[in-house]
Design a protein around this ligand. Structure first.
Ligand code: DC
Length: 224
């Protein structure tokens, strides 16, 4: 198990996907799971004008079916909600603006952490999120804590959304990143923090190849 945690829009998923592709590991994007629950809440009337009806969402949790299926065209797994591919919709700014608040709900975290522990029980898994090395897999063989300059992160997110045809003002993305960092670090349950035994990777000025060389070095040192 390689556990990758860190701030929003640091390139965690890109990095994890690349590790999985090169090492033959399975990649699990846990942020996509919190996003799928948020989309479900939006679709099923548990959100009203930015206000989350927590009791209603918690009552719905047993009905939410989240799964991943490999998409050969993308070389990565897409997330499915009740059998529907929602990979595109979960990345919308509407979901992004709500997901940190949904992920603060204890019952949501309990359910997703349990599911992640089941999914990650096999060998050769790379999982990215906020609490993987601290809560989900505290015994992971390698823990990485990723960080990058907020301005670099906002620009990366901007380009990523633009590529998908979503034109979102940079200022709105910067604000979303700032508020998510704060919410993720200050929530009561499973807050974002660096595990004591995690290695820090600041990729502000690193290419994906440079990041791969870095991680391969670490894996070699571990005998993996
Ligand atoms: O990685 P991401 O930006 O797609 O994650 C979306 C949100 O989900 C993020 O703001 C915090 C939350 N999250 C979490 O609380 N715990 C995780 N393990 C993964 C994501």
């Amino acid at each position: 198990m390689i556990a990758i945690d860190g701030f929003s829009s640091c390139g965690k998923s890109t990095f994890a996907r690349e590790i999985a592709a090169r090492m033959g590991y399975i990649f699990i994007d846990t942020g996509a799971m919190y996003r799928a629950v948020t989309l479900y809440a939006l679709r099923h009337g548990a959100v009203d004008g930015g206000w989350i009806d927590e009791a209603r969402l918690v009552a719905m949790l047993p009905d939410i079916r989240i799964s991943f299926r490999f998409n050969a065209a993308r070389g990565a797994s897409d997330v499915y909600l009740d059998g529907e591919n929602v990979e595109r919709e979960i990345r919308s700014i509407g979901v992004s603006n709500l997901v940190s608040r949904v992920s603060q709900i204890g019952a949501v975290r309990e359910q997703l952490v349990r599911l992640q522990q089941q999914m990650g029980s096999a060998k050769g898994v790379v999982m990215d999120g906020r609490d993987i090395g601290t809560v989900v897999f505290p015994d992971a063989e390698l823990k990485i804590f990723m960080t990058a300059d907020p301005a670099v992160r906002a620009m990366r997110r901007y380009e990523e959304l633009k590529e998908k045809g979503q034109e979102v003002p940079l200022a709105e993305i910067e604000e979303n990143i700032r508020s998510r960092d704060l919410a993720d670090q200050t929530r009561a349950i499973g807050p974002l923090r660096q595990a004591d035994d995690a290695l820090v990777l600041d990729n502000s000025h690193m290419t994906v190849d440079e990041q791969m060389a870095w991680v391969q070095d670490k894996l070699k040192a571990l005998g993996c």
